[in-house]
Design a protein around this ligand. Structure first.
Ligand code: ZN
Length: 225
């Protein structure tokens, strides 16, 4: 395909090096940097409860790199038995870093929706937040995106196409992203599925999601690479 736009993979744990893909690789806990764009954050599953201050310090070092475009994934997860008050503390500190370095957040939110919103409220603009791996109702997607938040669809395109169809219908494309997360497939496949489900051509999604990416990162894609 000869598009002047790239496939944007807003969140992946598997590096994807292809000239027609811009992927945001989520830095693993033991990494400080990679060659391409990345996101860096302290995932609620991997908080070291006795040592989170030093985790935050080394995170701040990673964030200072220009090719770190996002903070995350980070957020709250009530299914994880780690201390919820520590999770909230570490998430709040990451919101502060996002504001300090003016970088958007890739959000991990499991069974802690209200607590997440109350920590974000009045701290950071809604249009700097991406709810990643979104698989909740189309109504919730509509509500979030009408407030300016972004939602990113991954696995749901494959596992629940009917639900994904409703989400794609009800959500302003301006507030959408696609991702592969930890799925060992190409982002092209996600675009292909979204295109079939939405009856909109892949080119439409390539152009729209590139514009969304430029807007949320305030960088042109070629700027640093
Ligand atoms: Zn992830």
């Amino acid at each position: 395909m000869n598009s002047k736009f790239k496939f944007i993979n807003i969140h992946t744990h598997i590096p994807e090096n292809s000239p027609d893909v811009t992927a945001i690789y989520n830095l693993a806990g033991n990494e400080n940097t990679i060659q391409n764009y990345f996101s860096a954050g302290i995932h609620p599953w991997y908080i070291d409860e006795l040592n989170f201050e030093s985790q935050l310090k080394s995170l701040e070092k990673s964030i200072q790199q220009k090719i770190c475009l996002f903070i995350g994934e980070c957020g709250l997860d009530k299914l994880k038995c780690s201390d919820f008050s520590v999770q909230q503390k570490v998430f709040s500190a990451q919101i502060e870093l996002a504001v300090k370095y003016n970088k958007p957040i890739i959000l991990h939110c499991v069974k802690a929706f209200n607590e997440t919103l109350s920590l974000l409220k009045d701290k950071i603009e809604t249009d700097k937040i991406i709810f990643h791996g979104f698989h909740k109702s189309a109504e919730l997607a509509e509500e979030l995106t009408s407030k300016g938040f972004y939602v990113s669809l991954g696995k749901v395109l494959k596992t629940h196409p009917e639900k994904a169809k409703l989400i794609l219908q009800k959500t302003n494309p301006r507030n959408l992203f696609f991702e592969t997360d930890d799925e060992p497939i190409s982002i092209r496949e996600m675009y292909k599925m979204a295109s079939e489900i939405s009856d909109k051509p892949i080119d439409f999604w390539m152009e729209q999601l590139s514009a969304n990416f430029d807007r949320i990162t305030s960088v042109k894609i070629e700027q640093f690479l």
